[in-house]
Design a protein around this ligand. Sequence first.
Ligand SMILES: Nc1ncnc2c1ncn2[C@@H]1O[C@H](COP(=O)(O)OP(=O)(O)OP(=O)(O)O)[C@@H](O)[C@H]1O
Ligand SMILES: [Mg+2]
Length: 326
Amino acid sequence: MGDYAVRAEGLEKRYGEKRALDGFDLAVREGTVHGLLGPNGAGKTTAVRILSTLVRLDGGSARVAGLDVARRPREVRARIGLTGQYAAVDEVLTGRQNLEMFGRLFHLGGRRARSRAAELLEQFDLAGAADKGVGQYSGGMRRRLDLAASMILTPSVLFLDEPTTGLDPRGRGEVWDSVRALVSGGTTVLLTTQYLEEADRLASHITVIDQGRAIADDTPDGLKDTVGGDRIEVVVAERADLVRAAEVVARVTGGEPARDEAELRVHAPVAERVAALTEVARTLQDEGVRVEDIGLRRPSLDDVFLRLTGHRTDVTADAGVKEAVA
Ligand SMILES: Nc1ncnc2c1ncn2[C@@H]1O[C@H](COP(=O)(O)OP(=O)(O)OP(=O)(O)O)[C@@H](O)[C@H]1O
Ligand SMILES: [Mg+2]
C-alpha cells in the first residue's frame, strides 16, 4: 500500500457558495507527525472530517491507511482515531470512567475496557488523577484524556484537530510530550494547528493551508528558511530615530532591515540571536536612540502567510511566539 498513511488529491468540499476545500492535496508518510498549518477558516477541520469519514467529499479522492475514504468508510474508521477541536469527554465522570465508557462504546467488553483504560491512564500520565472528576482537570489534562480516548483501539492513524488551542504553555508542553510518545509507538499523526511553533516542534513535515488549498508543503526548516528565520525587532519612541535605528540594525545584523513607518518599527533577520540583540541594544543606547521596545521574534504563522501569499492572516492570538526582552 505504499508508504503514505494519508493521501488526498484534489479534495473539494462546498458549503453552499463557500468552498471550504478547493483542490486540496496532502501526503502524510507513515509513522510521522504531519502538521496542517493554517488560520481560522482555512479548511483544516473540513479536511480532517473528510479524512476521518465524518463528512462526504464533493470531489477529488483520499486514501487513509491504504483505503479509499469514500468507498470503504467503515474500514477506514476501524483504523483511525480522532480528537476533535472541542473536548469530547464528560465533565461529571472521572478520567477512568470516561475511558471505560469509550471502551464499552467500542465493544471492548467490561474487563478489556477496564484494563485498556488503566493502560491509557498510565501512558498519558493521568494515573494519579484517574479517579477525580474531569471537572477538576486542567486544560492540559483534559486534552490528554481526549487523546487517550481516541487511542482506545490503538489506531494506526490519529487525527488531532488543534489539540493545544486554548492551553497555557505548560498544558501545551504536556500534550506535545504525549504526541511524541504516540509516534514513537508507531502511530501516524495528522495534527492541525494555527501555531508555526507547534508544527515546528512536533512535525517532520508541514502543509500550509489557505482558503481550502495547500499553499506550501515542506519540512519545518524549509518553511522557516522561506520565511527567513528569527528576526530582531526594534520599536523606536520617536519617528525621527527610525532611519538611524535601521542603520544600526543593518550594521549589526548585516541584513536588510524592513521598516514599518506606521508602527515606528524596524526588523531584520538574525543568525546569532542573543549576540545580535545585545549588540543592537548597546549600539542604540550609545547613539542616544530612545527605544520603546526591542526583542527577538520567531517566525509566526502570520510571517509564513505574508511571505507565501502577500497578505496577512486574521489571526491575532498567535501567542507564545513573541519573546519579550525587558
Ligand atoms: N458545516 C458548515 N456549514 C457551512 N460552512 C462551513 C461548515 N463547516 C465549515 N464551513 C466553512 O468552511 C470554511 C472552512 O472551515 P473549517 O472549519 O474547515 O476551517 P478551520 O481551518 O478548521 O478553521 P478554525 O481554525 O477556525 O477551526 C470556513 O469558511 C467555514 O465557515
Ligand atoms: Mg477547525
